[in-house]
Ligand binder design. Structure first.
Ligand code: NZQ
Ligand code: ZN
Length: 393
């Protein structure tokens, strides 16, 4: 196991009706003038924005509202938010929505005190030195942004999707009421489930040895997702299954399952070019990319894939031929994704094979290589897109 530091300072408030306490938590973390930032309308329709507003009013906290965050959140909305916060002297951002909304909130939070373009921090590694505090009321179990220090946003010009990470961007508190996710369409639920599983797999496939504890934690989250996701697809109002998925989504990405081990993240990078170019859901893009990446890299360590196959998907270990077991495990993963309604190839996602050179160019490796479980060249990335283009169950 590698040395590590684990920092997850967010206060998680989990359970039914907890959104009604958000005013109390904003006060606890020093907010006096709040921007309530939300998405395309689901939180208005469900009455959540009203409940959140009432909770702030009950604590005597002033607020302004800014909705309209799109999935794959855009820079244009972020500039609007930064301007509004400066004009209204906002000192706390309350994100009410999913990963897109939280990531847009984080971008506004770092942009307000910065004397320059917030985009300077994206895809550059430039360290964030100051940010407004943020809090979260989560409405979809997926991105894990409620417990992560990451934000991923899209620049409309050129549809470039890039990320930025900083501990300063971690939510002060995150309110997780599984009942809020009961209004999700099955497709969005499945996209979220795929993203959660992908966050675990990006950590599971590692070159670090002797990581039994995090291997087992990863497997627990994956098994939970395999058990619980079909339940909520069949019955969206299954609160207990929603609850298990919601907490799985947070622990999958606040790094408790990934500490002390090298991680990969190439599938995420390769997917971000798809959701950047086609504006598809991140989870759907991952359903197409992640098993294809697995097929491309499994020979690097067939035993690790065979371990996934046996422990997570219940395949029989073939000791004579572990590669066969590894391949079976990958097939099981793809079959599971298909069974919950995810696309598994370019056509089903709405992507085009002839765009592969554009996607590779945008990925931006040039003649270099990425790190990770297996270092990839531009040619390798093109091969993974090619596998994804033709994938079948
Ligand atoms: O905008 P509204 O009307 O709310 O509709 C949203 C949106 O259309 C809808 N939705 C959310 N909660 C709902 C609901 N509909 C009905 N009932 C509810 N309770 O779901 C749609 C998707 O929302 P979005 O916020 O985009 O989903 P998600 O949480 O999957 O976020 C995806 C974004 O997060 C980024 C992705 O790249 C993508 O841009 N990621 C962020 C990460 C991070 N910050 O740590 C890590 C991830 O790997 C990921 O890259
Ligand atoms: Zn993700």
């Amino acid at each position: 196991m590698n040395n590590f530091q684990f920092y997850s300072p967010t206060e998680f408030v989990f359970g039914k009706d907890t959104e009604n306490e958000c005013g109390k938590y904003v006060k606890k973390y020093g907010g006096t003038k709040v921007l309530i930032h939300y998405g395309g309308g689901s939180a208005v329709k469900s009455g959540l924005i009203d409940r959140v507003s009432q909770s702030l009013e009950a604590e005597g906290i002033e607020f302004v509202l800014l909705g309209g965050v799109q999935p794959n959140p855009r820079d244009t909305k972020i500039y609007e938010g930064i301007e509004l916060c400066r004009k209204e002297n906002v000192d706390f951002i309350l994100s009410v929505g999913g990963g897109s909304c939280i990531d847009s909130s984080k971008a506004i939070a770092l942009g307000v005190p910065y004397d320059g373009d917030f985009w300077d921090f994206y895809g550059t590694g430039k360290p964030v030195e100051k940010a407004l505090p943020i809090g979260t009321v989560l409405t979809i179990a997926a991105a894990g942004s409620e417990g992560s220090g990451a934000t991923v946003v899209t620049k409309e010009e050129g549809m470039l999707k890039r990320d930025c990470c900083s501990d300063l961007l971690r939510s002060k508190f995150s309110i997780l009421n599984p009942a809020l996710t009961q209004t999700l369409p099955a497709y969005q639920t499945a996209c979220g489930a795929t993203d959660i599983m992908a966050h675990v797999f990006e950590r599971y496939f590692t070159n670090t040895s002797d990581v039994e504890i995090t291997d087992r934690l990863c497997e627990a989250v994956l098994l939970t997702m395999i058990n619980e996701t079909p339940k909520v697809i069949a019955n969206p109002d299954d609160y207990q299954a929603r609850a298990n998925i919601m907490w799985a989504g947070t622990v999958a990405h606040n790094d408790i399952v990934g500490v002390g081990r090298d991680q990969d993240w190439n599938s995420h990078g390769i997917e971000h070019e798809l959701s950047g170019l086609y504006d598809c859901a991140h989870g759907a893009g991952l359903a197409v990319i992640m098993p294809s990446w697995m097929e491309f890299v499994y020979k690097h360590n067939p035993m690790r894939f065979a371990q996934m196959a046996t422990r997570v998907f219940g395949c029989q270990m073939d000791f004579e031929n572990p590669e066969k077991t590894a391949v079976q495990g990958i097939a099981c993963f793809r079959k599971f994704l298909k069974s919950i309604g995810m696309p598994i190839n370019f056509e089903e996602l709405g992507a085009k094979e002839e765009d592969i050179p554009v996607l590779v160019e945008k990925f931006g490796l040039g003649d270099g290589k990425t790190g990770g479980f297996v270092a990839l060249s531009s040619e390798d990335v093109a091969s993974i897109y090619k596998i994804a283009a033709h994938a079948k169950c």
